[in-house]
Design a binder for this molecule. Structure first.
Ligand code: SF4
Length: 334
Protein backbone atom coordinates (compact mmCIF):
# COMPACT_ATOMS: atom_id res chain seq x y z
CA UNK A 1 0.00 0.00 0.00
CA UNK A 2 1.11 3.51 -0.73
CA UNK A 3 1.76 5.86 2.18
CA UNK A 4 -0.62 8.80 2.42
CA UNK A 5 -3.06 7.27 0.00
CA UNK A 6 -6.84 7.04 0.26
CA UNK A 7 -9.32 4.16 0.17
CA UNK A 8 -12.84 4.82 -1.08
CA UNK A 9 -15.81 2.85 0.24
CA UNK A 10 -19.13 3.08 -1.59
CA UNK A 11 -22.13 1.97 0.48
CA UNK A 12 -24.89 0.64 -1.78
CA UNK A 13 -28.11 0.84 0.27
CA UNK A 14 -30.27 -1.61 -1.69
CA UNK A 15 -31.04 -5.32 -1.26
CA UNK A 16 -33.44 -7.58 -3.15
CA UNK A 17 -34.74 -8.85 0.22
CA UNK A 18 -33.75 -8.43 3.85
CA UNK A 19 -31.96 -11.29 5.62
CA UNK A 20 -33.43 -11.87 9.09
CA UNK A 21 -30.16 -11.34 10.97
CA UNK A 22 -28.97 -8.17 9.22
CA UNK A 23 -29.02 -4.63 10.54
CA UNK A 24 -26.93 -2.98 7.83
CA UNK A 25 -28.65 -0.01 6.28
CA UNK A 26 -30.41 -1.15 3.10
CA UNK A 27 -33.81 -0.85 1.47
CA UNK A 28 -35.70 -3.26 -0.76
CA UNK A 29 -37.40 -0.38 -2.61
CA UNK A 30 -35.18 0.47 -5.58
CA UNK A 31 -37.14 3.46 -6.88
CA UNK A 32 -34.28 5.86 -6.15
CA UNK A 33 -31.32 3.95 -7.56
CA UNK A 34 -30.67 6.52 -10.28
CA UNK A 35 -30.84 9.43 -7.80
CA UNK A 36 -28.57 7.53 -5.43
CA UNK A 37 -25.92 7.00 -8.14
CA UNK A 38 -26.06 10.71 -9.07
CA UNK A 39 -25.68 11.65 -5.39
CA UNK A 40 -22.63 9.37 -5.05
CA UNK A 41 -21.00 11.06 -8.07
CA UNK A 42 -21.84 14.50 -6.64
CA UNK A 43 -20.27 13.60 -3.27
CA UNK A 44 -17.14 12.19 -4.94
CA UNK A 45 -16.68 15.48 -6.75
CA UNK A 46 -17.26 17.41 -3.52
CA UNK A 47 -14.70 15.42 -1.54
CA UNK A 48 -12.11 15.42 -4.31
CA UNK A 49 -11.80 19.18 -3.79
CA UNK A 50 -11.05 18.66 -0.09
CA UNK A 51 -8.84 15.57 -0.09
CA UNK A 52 -5.63 15.65 -2.06
CA UNK A 53 -4.55 12.01 -1.87
CA UNK A 54 -4.21 9.35 -4.53
CA UNK A 55 -6.70 6.48 -4.35
CA UNK A 56 -5.29 2.96 -4.15
CA UNK A 57 -8.32 0.94 -2.98
CA UNK A 58 -12.02 1.10 -3.91
CA UNK A 59 -14.62 -1.06 -2.21
CA UNK A 60 -18.30 -1.47 -3.14
CA UNK A 61 -20.16 -2.80 -0.08
CA UNK A 62 -23.65 -2.72 1.24
CA UNK A 63 -26.40 -3.61 1.01
CA UNK A 64 -25.99 -5.51 -2.22
CA UNK A 65 -23.80 -3.74 -4.80
CA UNK A 66 -24.50 -6.56 -7.27
CA UNK A 67 -28.13 -5.46 -7.69
CA UNK A 68 -26.91 -2.19 -9.18
CA UNK A 69 -26.44 -2.69 -12.90
CA UNK A 70 -22.89 -2.95 -14.25
CA UNK A 71 -23.52 0.44 -15.92
CA UNK A 72 -24.19 2.08 -12.56
CA UNK A 73 -21.06 0.60 -11.02
CA UNK A 74 -19.06 1.81 -14.02
CA UNK A 75 -20.61 5.28 -13.72
CA UNK A 76 -19.35 5.48 -10.14
CA UNK A 77 -15.91 4.13 -11.08
CA UNK A 78 -15.71 6.70 -13.85
CA UNK A 79 -16.57 9.44 -11.40
CA UNK A 80 -13.77 8.30 -9.05
CA UNK A 81 -11.29 8.26 -11.95
CA UNK A 82 -12.40 11.69 -13.15
CA UNK A 83 -12.12 13.29 -9.73
CA UNK A 84 -9.20 11.59 -7.97
CA UNK A 85 -5.70 10.56 -8.87
CA UNK A 86 -5.71 6.78 -9.11
CA UNK A 87 -2.81 4.45 -8.30
CA UNK A 88 -3.34 0.95 -9.69
CA UNK A 89 -6.12 0.32 -7.18
CA UNK A 90 -7.48 -2.85 -5.65
CA UNK A 91 -11.18 -2.66 -6.64
CA UNK A 92 -13.50 -4.96 -4.71
CA UNK A 93 -17.18 -5.54 -5.14
CA UNK A 94 -19.41 -7.49 -2.75
CA UNK A 95 -21.59 -9.80 -4.79
CA UNK A 96 -24.59 -11.87 -3.81
CA UNK A 97 -24.13 -15.27 -5.52
CA UNK A 98 -27.75 -15.05 -6.71
CA UNK A 99 -26.88 -12.01 -8.86
CA UNK A 100 -23.71 -13.06 -10.66
CA UNK A 101 -25.28 -13.96 -13.96
CA UNK A 102 -26.87 -10.50 -14.28
CA UNK A 103 -23.51 -8.75 -14.10
CA UNK A 104 -21.30 -8.02 -17.08
CA UNK A 105 -18.03 -9.23 -15.59
CA UNK A 106 -15.96 -8.64 -18.73
CA UNK A 107 -17.03 -5.01 -18.76
CA UNK A 108 -16.47 -4.56 -15.02
CA UNK A 109 -13.04 -6.13 -15.29
CA UNK A 110 -12.15 -3.79 -18.13
CA UNK A 111 -13.08 -0.91 -15.83
CA UNK A 112 -10.72 -2.21 -13.16
CA UNK A 113 -12.68 -4.67 -11.00
CA UNK A 114 -10.06 -7.10 -9.71
CA UNK A 115 -11.45 -8.51 -6.46
CA UNK A 116 -14.80 -10.09 -5.65
CA UNK A 117 -16.25 -10.76 -2.21
CA UNK A 118 -19.02 -13.34 -2.38
CA UNK A 119 -21.62 -13.38 0.39
CA UNK A 120 -21.66 -17.19 0.44
CA UNK A 121 -22.27 -17.57 4.23
CA UNK A 122 -22.52 -21.39 4.13
CA UNK A 123 -22.37 -24.33 1.73
CA UNK A 124 -25.20 -26.11 3.51
CA UNK A 125 -28.52 -25.51 1.71
CA UNK A 126 -30.60 -25.84 4.86
CA UNK A 127 -28.50 -23.25 6.69
CA UNK A 128 -28.73 -20.87 3.75
CA UNK A 129 -32.51 -21.12 4.12
CA UNK A 130 -32.32 -20.47 7.87
CA UNK A 131 -30.25 -17.38 7.06
CA UNK A 132 -32.93 -16.26 4.59
CA UNK A 133 -30.42 -16.09 1.74
CA UNK A 134 -31.58 -15.83 -1.87
CA UNK A 135 -28.90 -18.14 -3.23
CA UNK A 136 -28.15 -21.85 -3.14
CA UNK A 137 -24.85 -23.73 -3.10
CA UNK A 138 -24.89 -24.06 -6.90
CA UNK A 139 -25.05 -20.26 -7.22
CA UNK A 140 -21.83 -19.98 -5.19
CA UNK A 141 -20.06 -22.44 -7.50
CA UNK A 142 -21.37 -20.67 -10.60
CA UNK A 143 -20.25 -17.29 -9.23
CA UNK A 144 -16.72 -18.53 -8.60
CA UNK A 145 -16.49 -20.06 -12.08
CA UNK A 146 -17.83 -16.95 -13.76
CA UNK A 147 -15.49 -14.67 -11.83
CA UNK A 148 -12.49 -16.84 -12.65
CA UNK A 149 -13.45 -17.20 -16.29
CA UNK A 150 -12.99 -13.42 -16.58
CA UNK A 151 -9.52 -13.69 -15.08
CA UNK A 152 -10.41 -12.41 -11.58
CA UNK A 153 -8.66 -14.81 -9.19
CA UNK A 154 -8.79 -12.62 -6.08
CA UNK A 155 -11.99 -13.99 -4.56
CA UNK A 156 -13.18 -13.91 -0.97
CA UNK A 157 -15.99 -15.94 0.55
CA UNK A 158 -17.86 -15.06 3.75
CA UNK A 159 -18.93 -17.70 6.24
CA UNK A 160 -21.20 -17.09 9.25
CA UNK A 161 -20.33 -18.98 12.43
CA UNK A 162 -22.97 -19.87 15.00
CA UNK A 163 -25.91 -20.42 12.63
CA UNK A 164 -28.67 -22.51 14.28
CA UNK A 165 -28.14 -26.22 13.54
CA UNK A 166 -24.54 -25.59 12.44
CA UNK A 167 -22.04 -28.36 13.13
CA UNK A 168 -18.25 -28.58 12.89
CA UNK A 169 -18.79 -30.70 9.79
CA UNK A 170 -20.49 -27.72 8.05
CA UNK A 171 -17.43 -25.58 8.70
CA UNK A 172 -15.18 -28.35 7.43
CA UNK A 173 -17.33 -28.62 4.27
CA UNK A 174 -17.04 -24.87 3.75
CA UNK A 175 -13.26 -24.88 4.10
CA UNK A 176 -12.96 -27.88 1.74
CA UNK A 177 -15.23 -26.11 -0.73
CA UNK A 178 -12.91 -23.08 -0.66
CA UNK A 179 -9.81 -25.23 -1.09
CA UNK A 180 -11.36 -27.23 -3.94
CA UNK A 181 -12.46 -24.06 -5.75
CA UNK A 182 -9.16 -22.24 -5.19
CA UNK A 183 -10.59 -19.42 -3.04
CA UNK A 184 -7.67 -17.41 -1.61
CA UNK A 185 -9.51 -15.34 1.03
CA UNK A 186 -12.12 -16.15 3.68
CA UNK A 187 -13.93 -13.87 6.14
CA UNK A 188 -15.50 -15.72 9.07
CA UNK A 189 -18.07 -13.69 10.97
CA UNK A 190 -19.82 -14.65 14.17
CA UNK A 191 -23.61 -14.42 14.07
CA UNK A 192 -24.67 -11.58 16.31
CA UNK A 193 -28.33 -11.14 17.18
CA UNK A 194 -28.91 -7.47 16.48
CA UNK A 195 -31.80 -5.60 18.10
CA UNK A 196 -34.84 -5.02 15.93
CA UNK A 197 -33.96 -7.75 13.40
CA UNK A 198 -36.39 -10.71 12.90
CA UNK A 199 -33.80 -12.97 14.59
CA UNK A 200 -34.03 -10.81 17.71
CA UNK A 201 -37.78 -11.42 17.99
CA UNK A 202 -37.30 -15.05 16.88
CA UNK A 203 -40.89 -15.85 16.08
CA UNK A 204 -39.88 -19.06 14.32
CA UNK A 205 -38.41 -20.61 17.48
CA UNK A 206 -34.85 -21.08 16.15
CA UNK A 207 -32.35 -22.42 18.70
CA UNK A 208 -29.38 -20.09 18.84
CA UNK A 209 -26.03 -21.28 20.16
CA UNK A 210 -24.58 -19.88 23.40
CA UNK A 211 -21.28 -17.97 23.58
CA UNK A 212 -19.16 -20.98 24.58
CA UNK A 213 -20.31 -23.07 21.65
CA UNK A 214 -19.77 -20.17 19.27
CA UNK A 215 -16.26 -19.72 20.67
CA UNK A 216 -15.66 -23.42 19.92
CA UNK A 217 -16.85 -22.90 16.32
CA UNK A 218 -14.48 -19.96 16.00
CA UNK A 219 -11.49 -21.88 17.40
CA UNK A 220 -12.28 -24.82 15.14
CA UNK A 221 -12.46 -22.54 12.08
CA UNK A 222 -9.14 -20.87 12.91
CA UNK A 223 -7.42 -24.21 13.39
CA UNK A 224 -8.85 -25.72 10.22
CA UNK A 225 -7.93 -22.72 8.09
CA UNK A 226 -4.44 -22.47 9.53
CA UNK A 227 -3.89 -26.18 8.84
CA UNK A 228 -5.09 -25.58 5.28
CA UNK A 229 -2.49 -22.89 4.60
CA UNK A 230 -4.58 -19.76 5.20
CA UNK A 231 -2.88 -16.99 7.15
CA UNK A 232 -4.98 -15.69 10.05
CA UNK A 233 -4.15 -12.02 9.48
CA UNK A 234 -7.06 -10.38 11.33
CA UNK A 235 -9.60 -11.60 13.89
CA UNK A 236 -12.17 -12.54 11.22
CA UNK A 237 -9.97 -12.73 8.11
CA UNK A 238 -7.81 -15.43 6.58
CA UNK A 239 -5.93 -15.47 3.31
CA UNK A 240 -3.34 -17.16 1.20
CA UNK A 241 -0.08 -15.22 1.13
CA UNK A 242 -0.47 -11.97 -0.81
CA UNK A 243 -4.29 -12.05 -0.90
CA UNK A 244 -4.98 -9.95 2.20
CA UNK A 245 -7.66 -7.30 1.61
CA UNK A 246 -5.69 -4.09 1.01
CA UNK A 247 -8.82 -2.00 1.54
CA UNK A 248 -9.74 -3.56 4.88
CA UNK A 249 -6.15 -3.27 6.09
CA UNK A 250 -6.64 0.47 5.87
CA UNK A 251 -9.30 0.24 8.59
CA UNK A 252 -7.03 -1.71 10.92
CA UNK A 253 -3.90 0.35 10.19
CA UNK A 254 -5.85 3.58 10.79
CA UNK A 255 -5.14 4.76 7.27
CA UNK A 256 -7.42 7.22 5.49
CA UNK A 257 -10.62 6.08 3.84
CA UNK A 258 -13.61 7.98 2.54
CA UNK A 259 -17.03 6.33 2.84
CA UNK A 260 -19.77 7.53 0.48
CA UNK A 261 -23.45 6.61 0.84
CA UNK A 262 -26.07 6.57 3.59
CA UNK A 263 -24.55 5.18 6.83
CA UNK A 264 -21.03 5.11 5.34
CA UNK A 265 -18.23 6.04 7.76
CA UNK A 266 -14.95 7.78 6.98
CA UNK A 267 -11.62 8.37 8.66
CA UNK A 268 -9.71 11.16 6.98
CA UNK A 269 -6.94 13.33 8.40
CA UNK A 270 -7.53 12.08 11.96
CA UNK A 271 -11.28 12.80 11.85
CA UNK A 272 -14.15 10.32 11.85
CA UNK A 273 -17.43 11.23 10.21
CA UNK A 274 -20.43 9.55 8.65
CA UNK A 275 -23.57 10.07 6.60
CA UNK A 276 -26.94 9.47 8.33
CA UNK A 277 -28.74 6.15 7.72
CA UNK A 278 -31.26 7.75 5.39
CA UNK A 279 -31.29 7.45 1.61
CA UNK A 280 -33.47 10.49 0.99
CA UNK A 281 -31.28 12.68 3.19
CA UNK A 282 -28.22 11.41 1.34
CA UNK A 283 -29.79 12.21 -2.03
CA UNK A 284 -30.72 15.68 -0.77
CA UNK A 285 -27.15 16.36 0.37
CA UNK A 286 -27.34 15.49 4.07
CA UNK A 287 -24.74 17.00 6.32
CA UNK A 288 -22.14 14.57 7.58
CA UNK A 289 -21.81 14.05 11.32
CA UNK A 290 -18.51 13.96 13.18
CA UNK A 291 -17.64 11.38 15.82
CA UNK A 292 -15.32 11.72 18.77
CA UNK A 293 -12.08 9.97 18.07
CA UNK A 294 -8.84 9.16 19.85
CA UNK A 295 -6.50 8.11 17.02
CA UNK A 296 -3.69 7.02 19.34
CA UNK A 297 -5.86 4.56 21.27
CA UNK A 298 -7.62 3.44 18.10
CA UNK A 299 -4.26 2.71 16.49
CA UNK A 300 -3.43 0.41 19.39
CA UNK A 301 -6.85 -1.27 19.52
CA UNK A 302 -7.11 -1.81 15.76
CA UNK A 303 -3.51 -2.96 15.41
CA UNK A 304 -4.10 -5.64 18.04
CA UNK A 305 -6.89 -7.07 15.85
CA UNK A 306 -4.24 -8.04 13.31
CA UNK A 307 -1.34 -10.46 13.21
CA UNK A 308 0.94 -7.46 12.60
CA UNK A 309 0.21 -6.00 16.04
CA UNK A 310 1.60 -2.53 16.69
CA UNK A 311 5.13 -1.39 16.03
CA UNK A 312 7.18 1.55 17.19
CA UNK A 313 8.09 2.35 13.57
CA UNK A 314 4.53 2.46 12.30
CA UNK A 315 3.41 4.47 15.33
CA UNK A 316 6.15 7.04 14.82
CA UNK A 317 5.45 7.24 11.10
CA UNK A 318 1.78 7.98 11.78
CA UNK A 319 2.00 10.30 14.78
CA UNK A 320 5.48 11.79 14.51
CA UNK A 321 6.50 10.82 18.06
CA UNK A 322 7.57 7.66 19.87
CA UNK A 323 5.11 5.05 21.07
CA UNK A 324 4.11 6.21 24.60
CA UNK A 325 5.50 4.10 27.45
CA UNK A 326 2.12 4.13 29.20
CA UNK A 327 0.87 1.42 26.81
CA UNK A 328 3.65 -0.96 27.89
CA UNK A 329 2.60 -0.38 31.50
CA UNK A 330 -1.03 -1.09 30.71
CA UNK A 331 -0.15 -4.21 28.68
CA UNK A 332 1.84 -5.71 31.56
CA UNK A 333 -1.20 -6.78 33.52
CA UNK A 334 -2.41 -8.86 30.57
S1 SF4 B 1 -27.99 -9.26 1.44
FE1 SF4 B 1 -26.43 -8.58 2.91
S2 SF4 B 1 -26.88 -6.42 3.34
FE2 SF4 B 1 -28.70 -7.30 2.32
S3 SF4 B 1 -30.03 -7.90 4.00
FE3 SF4 B 1 -28.81 -9.72 3.46
S4 SF4 B 1 -26.99 -9.62 4.81
FE4 SF4 B 1 -27.99 -7.59 4.86
Amino acid sequence: MVKNSLGIYIHVPFCASKCPYCDFYSLTDRTFVRDYVSAVCRELKFWSKKIDKPVDTIYFGGGTPSILSSENIIRILDSIRNNFKILDPEITMEINPADTEFLDFEKLKNFGLNRVSLGAQSVNGSQLRILGRRHGVDDIKKSINLTKSCGIENISLDIILGVPEQKNKDIEDFVNFCIYNGVPHISAYILKIEKSTPYYFNKTGLKFWGDDKIADFYDYTCELLRDSGYIHYEISNFSKDGFESKHNLKYWFLDDYLGIGPSAHSFVGGKRFYYPRDLKKFINKALIKYEKTDPEKEFVMLGLRTKYGISDERFKEKFGYNFPKIYYERAKKF
